[in-house]
Ligand binder design. Structure first.
Ligand SMILES: C=C1C[C@]23C[C@@]1(O)CC[C@H]2[C@@]12CCC[C@@](C)(C(=O)O1)[C@H]2[C@@H]3C(=O)O
Ligand SMILES: O=C(O)CCC(=O)C(=O)O
Ligand SMILES: [Fe+2]
Length: 367
C-alpha cells in the first residue's frame, strides 16, 4: 500500500513506496489525443520542435516563426556552460533525495509563492499529480534554503553557490532573449530602446525558479506529472534532464508533441503575460509533463515575469494601426486570480482579460 503520512501538517505521499497508482492520482482523459515525436525524426512533418541558435544571424526571424506558430522552441548556442548545467542537475537531484521530513520543513504554506510540495496549480484540481516541486526566488535563496537545510552545511552551500551562478547566467540570457523577442516583433533598435526606457521590461523583470521531481511511476499511463497548463508569466526557460517528458499541445489535428531532451538546450515557453504584451501575436503554449516507468525525471523552470505591482498591457508597437488593444492591462497576481477562476468555470483566462470581455462587463445590458 502506498503510504501517506502527516508531516508538518501536510499530507506527504510516498511515491517511492507506491506499487500502483491510487485513484487519488489517476487522471481520466490522459489519452484523448495522440502523442507524436517532436525530435529530429519529425523533420519535414511539421512536428519537429523549432530550434533557435541565438548566435545565428537569422535568430530573430526564427524566434518570430516559433513564437507565432508554436509558442515554444528549443534554444541552443546560449553560452551557459554545460558543466554548470550538469552541476545544477546534480544538486537538484540531491535536494529531492532528502528524507521527506526534511523536505517538508520547507512546505509551501497556503497562498505562499515559495516552498516545497505539489505544484501551486494543483490546488485547483481534485486529482493529485505524480510530482513534487520546490519554488524559490533566486534573489533570496540563501535565506529561503535555510528552511531545507537549517544547519547550512556543505549541501546547503553547494546548492546555493551553483544556483546563484546559474541565476547570473540565466538573467543575462533572459535579457538577450527579450531583445530577440522584441526584434522578432519587428521593432527597430530605436523602438526597442524606447520600449525599454518607457516600460522598463528588461530592467524590472523578476525571476522565479521552480524545480520539479517526477518520481518513476508503476503505471505512467494512469498518472500525470504536471497537468496541462500555460505558464502565466512572460517566458520560461525549462531545463529537462536527459529524461524527456515535456509535451506541447498542437491543434489541427489535436495532438501532444513530445519535446526531445537535447543535452545543453533549454526549452523556452511563452507565457500568458507575454501573449498579452504582444497583443496575442506570440502565443502562450499549452503544455504538460508525463512520467516514466523506469526513471525519475527532474526539470527546472526559470520563470520571468513583471514585478507584482506592474500592469501588463499590449505594446503599442504590437497593436495594428487603427485597432485597439486586444487585452486589458493586468498585474501578474490579478491574472493568476483570473486563471484560478477560469479553472473552476472551465473558461479561458486569456479570454476573460480580453478587451471584448471588459467591454461586455462595462455594458451588461448592451445588445
Ligand atoms: C512564477 C511562478 C510561475 C508558476 C507559479 C510561480 O509563482 C512559481 C511556480 C510556477 C509554476 C511551476 C509549475 C506549473 C505552474 C502552472 C505552477 O503551478 O507553478 C507554474 C506557475 C505559472 O506559470 O503560473
Ligand atoms: O517538467 C517539465 O518539463 C515542464 C515543467 C513546467 O511546465 C513548469 O514547471 O511549468
Ligand atoms: Fe509550465
Amino acid at each position: 500500500m502506498p503510504t501517506a503520512s502527516h508531516l508538518n501538517n501536510s499530507l506527504y505521499f510516498d511515491f517511492r513506496a507506491a506499487r500502483r497508482v491510487p485513484e487519488t492520482h489517476a487522471w481520466p482523459g490522459l489519452h484523448e489525443h495522440p502523442v507524436v515525436d517532436g525530435g529530429g525524426a519529425a523533420a519535414g512533418t511539421g512536428d519537429a520542435v523549432p530550434v533557435v541558435d541565438v548566435r545565428a544571424p537569422d535568430a530573430a526571424a526564427r524566434v518570430a516563426r516559433a513564437a507565432e506558430q508554436w509558442g515554444a522552441f528549443l534554444v541552443t548556442g546560449h553560452g551557459v556552460p554545460a558543466s554548470l548545467l550538469a552541476r545544477v542537475e546534480e544538486r537538484i537531484a540531491r535536494m529531492f533525495a532528502l528524507p521527506a521530513a526534511e523536505k517538508m520543513r520547507a512546505v509551501r504554506a497556503p497562498g505562499e509563492a515559495c516552498g516545497y510540495g505539489s505544484p501551486p496549480i494543483s490546488s485547483s484540481f481534485s486529482k493529485r499529480m505524480w510530482s513534487e516541486g520546490y519554488t524559490f526566488s533566486p534573489v533570496s535563496l540563501r535565506s529561503d534554503l535555510r528552511r531545507l537545510w537549517p544547519k547550512a552545511g556543505d549541501d546547503y552551500r553547494l546548492f546555493c553557490d551553483v544556483m546563484e551562478e546559474f541565476h547570473k547566467e540565466m538573467r543575462q540570457l533572459a535579457d538577450k532573449l527579450l531583445e530577440l523577442f522584441l526584434r522578432a516583433l519587428g521593432l527597430t533598435g530605436e523602438q526597442i530602446a524606447g520600449v525599454q526606457a518607457e516600460r522598463k521590461i528588461g530592467e524590472t523583470m523578476t525571476a522565479t525558479m521552480h524545480l520539479n521531481w517526477y518520481p518513476r511511476c508503476p503505471d505512467p499511463q494512469r498518472a500525470l506529472g504536471l497537468i496541462a497548463h500555460t505558464d502565466s508569466g512572460f517566458f520560461t526557460f525549462v531545463l529537462q534532464s536527459l529524461v524527456p517528458g515535456l509535451q506541447l499541445f498542437r491543434r489541427g489535428p489535436d495532438r501532444w508533441v513530445a519535446v526531445p531532451a537535447v543535452p545543453g538546450a533549454f526549452v523556452v515557453n511563452i507565457g500568458d503575460l507575454f501573449h498579452i504584451l504582444t497583443n496575442g501575436r506570440f502565443h502562450s503554449v499549452y503544455h504538460r509533463a508525463v512520467v516514466n516507468h523506469d526513471r525519475d525525471r527532474i526539470s527546472l523552470g526559470y520563470f520571468l515575469g513583471p514585478p507584482p505591482h506592474v500592469k501588463v498591457a499590449p505594446l503599442t508597437e504590437a497593436v495594428p494601426r487603427g485597432r485597439s488593444p486586444a487585452y486589458r492591462a493586468v498585474t501578474w497576481p490579478e491574472y493568476m486570480a483570473v486563471r484560478k477562476k477560469a479553472f473552476t468555470t472551465g473558461g479561458s483566462a486569456l479570454k476573460m482579460v480580453s478587451a471584448s470581455a471588459a467591454a461586455a462587463a462595462a455594458e451588461p445590458d448592451a445588445l
